[in-house]
Design a protein around this ligand. Sequence first.
Ligand code: BES
Ligand code: MN
Ligand code: ZN
Length: 506
Amino acid sequence: MSTSVKVKKGLIEKERTEAIIVSRYQDVGKVDGAIAHLNKVLRGRLRTHLRSGEFQGKLNQVSILHINGELPAKRIVLVGLGKKTEVRIDSIRQAMGTVSKAMRLLGVTSFTLAAPEQGIARTTLEITSQAMIEGCLLGLYQFKYYQMSREKSPKPIRGITLLTREENGVGMMRAGAQRACVVAEAVNSVRDLCNHPSNVLTPSALASEARTIAKARGIRCTILDRVKTKKLGMGAYLGVARGSHEPPQFIVLEYTGVPRTANPIVLVGKAVTFDTGGISLKPSENMERMKADMTGGAIVLQTIRAIAKLKLPLNVVGIIPATENMPGGLATKPGDILTSLSGKTIEVLNTDAEGRLILADGLAYAMRYKPAAVIDIATLTGAVFVALGRHAIGVLGNDDALINRVKRIGEFIGERAWQLPLWDEYKEQIKSDVADVRNIGGRGGGTITAAAFLSHFVDDGCPWVHLDIAGTDWGESARPYIPKGPTGIGARLIIELLQDLAGKPL
Ligand code: BES
Ligand code: MN
Ligand code: ZN
């Protein structure tokens, strides 16, 4: 069941709702804005509540005041934003995620957010409203698909209202809230796709999801099967698919937001629906997480859906090589040599380094579009977790302007990316004695040598950025608006990057 989101003009003290949510800074003592209006009707009770010291306004702190008929609302819920001097737009997303989850636990099924009078953290009202609604919708995410005893779980939140006193803010806030709904739907759908187990979310299931989305949005969708990809010469991709009985599906989506003469941005997303490692079998501990080794592909798919909904004036192609990586009787073995779509030969020394093999053919296929830029996204290396942990996406590429744009946007929207170097020296590590390249680079710089490998399949002069999300795609514990398990991190980054590119074309 989905949550409906409304933006309206009205007086907070007249609002009939189960809960009024008001956010508050830690270091601003003034009783103003929504608090002042509510406090007046409550004849000072809210001020007394604030003065009690129970609630300091620390980031993500929640405090509830029940109303005894003085207001049409049942309760006022205060949520902390932390210190005003330290506030970031992500603080809003966090606070809203926290308070939304708290409301659901209480059994509240709809609530009203008091809109701030101005944008927070030096942003516009539109950006602030977007962050507020994103925080709620992302925070409320749950995956209950396979749990049949639903009566135990709390009721879903049916409605969220963003209420403002000022008529002139409504338009901006509505635009922000609408964008938030599209973005949150994309992120939550990525999380769903990653949560579904590999026996359900097969390459074929992902392909039919792509077909459904394409049909609903007027996007061109082409799906290449084992026979067609073989004819084209995708030997690297098929080298991974060989070990599995599940039919591989090479998915291509073409969104046209401007006339076809404009070169597209091409997105390439790794979609290994389960990575056993192949013949270089992974250890069994945590192997179940490899059902989410298709996160990059899911992000590309949901990004295409989001930008089609947002009608971005850009052409964007999504390429999603989907397959399992299994140790079947026909599987590629260490030492085998594959001929990729680009014509370059690859010595496979470790079948668990399969992501770069399918991306090699994905990137080579991307080059056929003469892209304005190529962005690939993949759960590619455990090494990126060693280097950056859970809090930064690894970013590498051949175009510093585009990389800096990714970093700037990531910082702003709370999905940070951190650059690792891609110097020529690293290419030495992937030289092969028997083929053009080898698929592993030995000890040291694993994320970088993986990117160095990918760079072989990107034409000179084509701006390219690689995002390694293997550290960020899975959370060990729940955060304010990010659940435990699949996080969907990377989807907002790419959607906002495309939004940025649409405003200021390359
Ligand atoms: N899908 C994995 C990377 C991964 C690891 C994603 C942990 C999420 C969490 C990838 O296919 C892989 O197995 N990479 C190997 C490469 C190595 C063999 C060079 C790795 O990182 O160990
Ligand atoms: Mn692997
Ligand atoms: Zn993998």
